[in-house]
Design a protein around this ligand. Structure first.
Ligand code: SAM
Length: 288
């Protein structure tokens, strides 16, 4: 068992370095000994694979990733954790820590510089406050990675993995399914962390697709349509599209009928193909 899941060891290294947890940076560190080995085992890394980790914290997941992967590059925003990581990961010579913000770093450049031609995956216990922006940034930038394995809040995991066209789906489900095939791997209880968050978490893996599952007339418009469709969840698709795309009710009615969609349909009933069909009708409307 890793010493990084020994609560006394972790607390002593953190306090020796004067570290106190920051809520605003989403700092909940894993101390359940089974979670990180399971994440490392399921993230698709092997001795030929490079791993990008986001937010190593005290290094508990980084340590497991370093054991299975060729190289790990971990991006940590909080510079107070640098001396902690120096100490906890001292035995690994295949780990590099970058003190940076994952939302600002040039990730394409990082992959090229750090991993060259190697296969790359991303694995992280994400800070909750930027779960969706981080996932969407990585997917939208079309990074040359095979998979993204992340721990997120349980409700976010369910929403992300829900199939478009089913009740639990939302804008993020459609966006994620455009780029990947998401899988819910396992649940993680709130008591697995220090400090314990208020809600449970889950680990999901997004297997990156080589081609999107539907052909959109225009990718940007597709996402605009998806976002607009879910703008007002309690209203009909037609109402949401009308306000989200700044179109009149009758213009939206024509678009929906062209796409073969009932006027009283709801956004969560739409499949990926139907979102693509609405996009095609919208594209035609604004380009003719
Ligand atoms: N991986 C550790 C674990 O599982 O115990 C820590 C996970 S903790 C949920 C999230 C980590 O992300 C923290 O270490 C936090 O400082 C870091 N973090 C927060 N915002 C970040 C950002 N924008 N870029 C990089 N790291 C960030």
């Amino acid at each position: 068992m890793s010493k990084l899941t020994d609560i006394n060891y972790v607390k002593s290294v953190l306090s020796k370095n004067g570290f106190t947890f920051s809520k605003s940076l989403g700092q909940n560190f894993l101390i359940n000994p089974t979670v990180c080995p399971r994440m490392a085992e399921n993230c698709g890394a092997d001795k030929k694979t490079g791993v990008i980790e986001i937010g190593p914290g005290a290094g508990v997941l980084t340590n497991e990733l370093a054991l299975v992967a060729k190289k790990v590059v971990a991006i940590e925003l909080d510079k107070r954790l640098l001396p902690v990581l120096d100490e906890t990961l001292a035995e690994h010579n295949n780990v590099k820590i970058l003190n940076d913000d994952v939302m600002k770093l040039d990730l394409h450049g990082l992959i090229k510089d750090e991993f060259g031609e190697s296969r790359v995956v991303v694995c992280a216990n994400l800070p909750y406050y930027i779960t969706s922006p981080v996932i969407m940034r990585i997917l939208e930038e079309k990074l040359p990675i095979d998979a993204l394995t992340v721990m997120v809040q349980k409700e976010a995991a369910q929403r992300i993995c829900a199939h478009p066209g089913t009740r639990a789906s939302g804008a993020i489900s459609a966006a994620v399914h455009y780029y990947s095939e998401p899988e819910l791997l396992f649940g993680v209880s709130a008591g697995s962390f220090i400090p314990a968050p208020k809600v449970d978490s889950a680990v999901i893996r997004l297997n990156i697709l080589k081609e999107p599952p539907v052909k959109a007339a225009d990718e940007k418009l597709f996402f605009k349509v998806v976002r607009a469709s879910f703008l007002q969840r309690r209203k009909t698709l037609s109402n949401s599209l009308s306000s989200g795309l700044s179109l009149s009710k009758s213009e939206v009615g024509e678009m929906l009928s062209e796409a073969g969609i009932k006027s009283n349909a709801r956004a969560e009933e739409m499949t990926m193909q139907q979102f693509a069909d609405i996009t095609a009708a919208y594209y035609k409307r604004i380009n003719t």
